[in-house]
Design a binder for this molecule. Structure first.
Ligand code: HEC
Length: 134
């Protein structure tokens, strides 16, 4: 019984280490899986578990480059996800991530540091989106 517990603990520890390493490898992907996959799907096809509960269709995110003559519209996507720039129409169902990230960052780093943290997280996220274009 004791050995079993130890094995379980070891496995949990190793899993946590692996997850930590993965997070370090690609913070944008971690961000995506945490904040976006629930609606847009783990592989970005618009089929996350939450999508079925929404009254409007959740778009896939792997065809953003294709829809823009093959060039990933980096800045447009950045501003859509940020949401603070007012690029998106009001009343859309998608949360304003810039605001959300800012709340956590403010507690961590104060007003000036927070803006940098928010921008860094958004950039990593959009870079990840660029990497999953088909
Ligand atoms: C609650 C569900 C939900 C979550 C969570 C969500 N989205 Fe969305 N997203 C939508 C819906 C619905 C739309 C289409 C309508 C709109 O723009 O509000 C959309 C639109 C988009 C678009 C525009 C796509 C296009 O074809 O123009 C982008 C880019 C996007 N989301 C990225 C993200 C990213 C990145 C995250 C994570 C930070 C995220 N979304 C989290 C529901 C969600």
């Amino acid at each position: 019984m004791k050995t079993r517990k130890l094995l379980t603990l070891t496995a949990a520890f190793l899993a946590a280490m692996t997850l930590g390493a993965m997070a370090q490898e690609d913070p944008g992907k971690t961000e995506y899986m945490t904040a976006c996959a629930v609606c847009h799907g783990e592989s970005g096809l618009g089929n996350g578990p939450f999508a079925a509960l929404m009254s409007i269709e959740v778009p896939g995110l792997t065809g953003l480059a294709a829809a823009n003559d093959g060039a990933f519209p980096f800045l447009d996507v950045l501003m859509i996800v940020d949401g603070r720039t007012g690029v998106r129409g009001h009343g859309g169902p998608m949360p304003v991530w810039g605001d959300r990230y800012e709340q956590a960052a403010l507690e961590q780093a104060g007003v000036y540091g927070a803006e940098l943290i928010v921008r860094g997280r958004l950039l990593a996220l959009v870079e990840y989106l660029e990497s999953i274009q088909q």
